[in-house]
Design a protein around this ligand. Structure first.
Ligand code: 8YV
Length: 337
């Protein structure tokens, strides 16, 4: 009997590899799969794929595989997958909505905010380059600003946004949020207020983007939205790069329309090394690591393995995005042929 084959688009935590190895042959892609054709060639002959990054699982890619039963995201965003096409083809799409991920990303959003507000990276560079203040009057360029009493606007009050709101309370920030749904339970529990997006952009000192990338949120923050922000505003993006119009962001930073931006996600990943944003001082750029804690790596690897194993056993996976897939043909086929 053929042993099922699972492709990992990048290595995951050993705990997950061990679990998968108990039921399947596990292969790690030797290089990042960024283009459709690279994915098509790589997934041929695999029953399951663990998607670590933004590999394009387009209709064409999904249609190319006769064997694939599941695209299991190692993460909660699934904007790289054509879910509708997957469903029609009978391919499960799963995610890893573990607490550790939401906590890690919320922590990173606050870390980025604090680093920018308190100029931590600039100060670190200063000391490392052998400098110090000659006199206490020379420290002006490292003057930051406090958080207490300022307004934090959270765009998207989901599982990550709500955790950012919880943390913000500890810094004495006033929190407003915008979401397509009003979340009165959070409003009552966390003492936060709802605002329409334009209003939030006008009144916030700090703006954190925590929305998934969908047709509604692509390009949500563009030139018009930057024109509404305060000149002292700091934008933090831990969602997806495409939520922001990158050209408009660079322009807003260069013109002093806003004070700074801290980004963990980009319109293109990897970010082209010569991108103009890398030359701007009022920014902090991290390489999509908001999730990257030991706790989160382990929890996500276990969760993704559980999803894959359920599918290989012919069972419904715990975190399916497209449960309707049960009604489509491929699912009914034997897992071992
Ligand atoms: C992923 C992410 O976990 O959850 C998501 O969708 O963007 C990340 O935090 C990352 O792609 C690692 O697999």
């Amino acid at each position: 009997m053929r042993r099922p084959r699972v492709l990992l688009t990048a290595p995951i935590h050993d705990e997950g590899i061990k679990k998968l190895g108990n039921v399947a042959e596990v292969v790690i892609a030797p290089k990042p799969l960024r283009k459709e054709d690279e994915v098509i060639n790589a997934i041929r002959d695999f029953d399951a794929v663990v998607s670590m990054g933004a590999e394009p699982f387009t209709r064409r890619v999904l249609e190319s595989s006769e064997r694939l039963l599941v695209v299991a995201r190692h993460g909660v965003g699934y904007d790289n997958i054509d879910v509708d096409a997957a469903t029609r083809l009978g391919i499960w799409v799963t995610t890893t909505p573990v607490e550790e991920l939401f906590d890690a990303v919320a922590d990173h959003a606050i870390a980025l905010l604090l680093c920018l507000a308190r100029r931590v990276c600039e100060a670190d560079n200063f000391v490392r380059s052998g400098k110090w203040f000659e006199s206490p009057f020379e420290n002006r360029f490292l003057v930051g600003f406090g958080l207490k009493g300022k307004t934090l606007g959270i765009v998207g009050l989901g599982r990550i946004g709500s955790r950012i709101a919880e943390r913000a309370r500890g810094f004495g920030l006033k929190v407003v949020y915008y979401d397509i749904e009003r979340k009165t339970e959070y409003e009552n529990r966390l003492g936060i207020e709802y605002a329409q997006l334009d209003e939030l952009l006008k009144i916030s000192d700090f703006i954190v983007l925590a929305v998934p990338l969908t047709d509604r949120t692509r390009g949500l923050i563009g030139e018009r939205e930057f024109s509404l922000m305060k000149p002292n505003a700091i934008l933090v993006n831990i969602s997806r790069g495409a939520v922001v119009d990158h050209k408009a962001l660079v322009k807003a930073l260069k013109n002093g329309r806003i004070a700074g931006a801290a980004l963990d996600v980009f319109y293109a990943e990897p970010l082209p090394p010569d991108d103009e944003i890398t030359k701007l001082g009022n920014t902090i750029l991290t390489p999509h690591i908001a999730w990257l804690t030991e706790e989160c790596r382990k929890a996500m690897a276990i969760a993704v393995a559980e999803n894959v194993i359920s599918v290989l056993r012919g069972e419904e996976p715990p975190n399916a995005i497209n449960p309707d897939v049960k009604n489509f043909a491929r699912n009914k086929r034997s897992r071992t042929t």
